[in-house]
Design a protein around this ligand. Structure first.
Ligand code: S3P
Length: 422
């Protein structure tokens, strides 16, 4: 089933989370268009409200009245904050709350409760934060306290950990400096700097933060999510007869590593940049031009395509030759262990997949076998990659756990039906 036509995925999830979470500490009233309507961002919105924030609107249009960190009255009992399935909410919020008086208990659903939180607790403790995990995982209890700046090396290559430290640094004494061996998505620092916080992007791999909260802009337009667009765009590169255009896509360098990889594999991609600031955005068109060739994805590229590995793995599964994704161990720590999930689901389709020393190898094939069901492990990105595999095979089998798609792309199935109906 070829993909044909145009689509606009929801507003970028990473930027949407940051807009809502920055409203906890930012002053002012902000009119947002293009906010993602996904379940993860709803978790951040619910927490903003639990802390006393006013959010009015629906769908993609919201007005957020910044709290300026002024729920500062010491709550006599712990405030319980439900992060749902969202690791981004839990990690970024940990940084925000570490320096604000109060006791906060951050919890989430059964999937989030399996994800590691010591990696965020550790740098926050070094800043003087009081952060307790439950055996290294959620619930995480934070007792807001006086913080001080540190030097932090983002050796895990995680934008969430970097962002938690940046947020904590806004209420810490003295400067904080963050170094990144490999650049990760930089929305937190770019947005805070645009919103008047003392955040300096000193080159691609260094950020310096001095204390002080941001002021929310009067309006903010969120471009659409490149990670959500990746499913149909990659699908178009591998399904004969396809030609799709994704509108208004966020095109910042830390997010479009997958387009560079598809380009290297031989995909026909046209990017039309429409806006440079506050974040670059534009349309992306991909037309099927023939079978892709295998590629090697270097470890340094991984942070710029970390959420796209499940769909790129599908492209590799249909490419000519053996592809390798180097050092993708971070995939084990996502909503599910995506390394294992990719191995099992592509394996179920008859693809040879193996993992050696955290490198993922995939041997391309020109046809799939079709099992009776496929299992997404309740992981939204696995589920969407499986639907693209089914469209490619022209088959329909039950996808276990596909309700998880609403975590990032509630309109995915409608867009799928539309793009395959032409
Ligand atoms: C995100 C960062 C990435 C990504 C996640 C969103 C963010 O996680 O996988 O979906 O918004 O900062 P890590 O920073 O843990 O790699």
């Amino acid at each position: 089933m070829a993909f044909k036509g145009e689509f606009t995925p929801p507003g970028d999830k990473s930027v949407s989370h940051r807009l809502v979470l920055m409203s906890i500490i930012g002053e002012g009233e902000m009119h947002v268009t293009g906010l993602s309507d996904c379940e993860d961002v709803k978790s951040s919105l619910a927490i903003f409200r639990t802390l006393g924030g006013e959010a009015s609107g629906s769908g993609a249009r919201w007005t957020l009245k910044g709290l300026g960190g002024k729920f500062l009255t010491n709550p006599s009992e712990p405030v319980e904050l439900d992060c749902g399935n969202s690791g981004t909410t839990m990690r970024l919020l940990s940084g925000i709350l570490a320096g604000i008086p109060g006791i906060y208990v951050l919890d989430g659903d059964s999937q989030l409760r399996r994800r590691p939180m010591e990696r965020v607790a550790d740098p926050l403790r070094r800043m003087g934060g009081q952060v307790e995990t439950t055996g290294g995982k959620p619930p995480v209890t934070i007792t807001g306290s006086a913080l001080h700046g540190i030097q932090y090396n983002n050796n895990d290559g995680s934008a969430q950990l970097k962002s938690a430290v940046i947020f904590a640094a806004l209420s810490a004494e003295g400067p904080t400096r963050i170094f990144e061996p490999v650049p990760t998505r930089d929305h937190t620092e770019r947005m805070l700097s645009a919103f008047g916080a003392k955040v300096c992007l000193c080159g691609q791999q260094e950020v310096e933060i001095n204390p002080g909260y941001p002021t929310l802009p009067e309006s903010f337009n969120t471009p659409a999510d490149p990670s959500a667009a990746a499913f149909f765009l990659t699908g178009a590169a591998i399904i004969p007869g396809s030609l799709v255009t994704a509108n208004n896509i966020l095109l910042s360098g830390g997010r479009i590593g997958y387009l560079k990889v598809l380009d290297r594999m031989g995909a026909s991609i046209a990017i039309n940049m429409e806006q440079e600031k506050p974040e670059p955005s534009g349309t992306v068109t991909i037309e099927y031009k023939g079978r892709l060739t295998a590629t090697e994805v270097e470890a340094e590229e991984v942070p710029s395509l970390i959420d796209e590995v499940p769909i790129l793995a599908l492209a590799a599964a249909r490419a000519e030759g053996v592809s390798v994704f180097r050092q993708v161990r971070e995939l084990r720590l996502k909503e599910t262990d995506r390394l294992t999930a990719i191995k099992h689901q592509l394996g179920a389709l008859g693809v040879r997949v193996w993992v050696e020393n955290d490198d993922l190898f995939i041997e391309g094939t020109d046809s799939f076998i079709m099992p009776e069901t496929l299992d997404s492990s309740h992981d939204h990105r696995m589920a969407m990659a499986i639907y693209i595999a089914l469209a490619l095979a022209g088959k329909s089998v039950p996808v276990i756990g596909d309700e998880s798609i609403a975590i990032s792309y509630p309109g995915f199935k409608e867009d799928l039906a539309r793009l395959t109906s032409a």
